[in-house]
Design a protein. Structure first.
Length: 165
């Protein structure tokens, strides 16, 4: 018998609509393929540290911002957990701190993930030039450095499919 291509799926959630769509996609995959799902939110303390060192933030501001990001992360993880429960799927959630891409890869390795899901959307201005932001840069690092397959979720009808499942 052939071993399944993936049994454990890790999803990087950052609060963006695209990352929530990736979580919905993973929940549907768990329902269809009977695999395990772990959702990870990373508080980007690496960037906060850089901003503090460059004097953009003072340390008190950085600590306050980190606390707010941690609270946001907990809310997003709870929201995704409730989405999974609505489909009778049990998932794991984890809040981590550090550089986003390296924490996602470390979490995937620890979880023995066969697949990482990230949300994806190209951003372009009116001239059609593709713009990149911090999220797409983190996704690029995840794709380039991962030890397992990475799927960029761009399913335009995921919300409708999720409601129907």
């Amino acid at each position: 018998m052939i071993k399944p291509l993936f049994q454990n799926i890790l999803v990087a959630v950052n609060g963006s609509e695209q990352s929530i769509h990736a979580a919905m996609y993973a929940i549907l995959m768990a329902k269809l393929y009977h695999c395990h799902v772990k959702i990870v939110y990373v508080v980007d303390t690496a960037t906060l540290k850089q901003l503090t060192l460059s004097k953009f933030f003072v340390s008190d501001e950085s600590a306050s911002y980190e606390k707010n990001l941690s609270e946001d992360g907990k809310r997003y993880l709870t929201y995704v957990d409730n989405l999974a429960k609505s489909k009778s799927i049990k998932i794991e959630t984890e809040l981590r701190k550090g550089a986003v891409w390296s924490e996602i890869i470390a979490a995937a390795d620890e979880y023995k993930a066969g697949l990482i899901l990230v949300g994806g959307k190209e951003h372009s201005d009116t001239s059609g030039v593709i713009k990149h932001d911090a999220i797409s840069l983190a996704n690029s690092e995840i794709i380039g450095s991962s030890h397992c397959s990475v799927l960029v979720v761009r399913e335009p009808l995921i919300e409708q499919l999720f409601k129907l499942a």
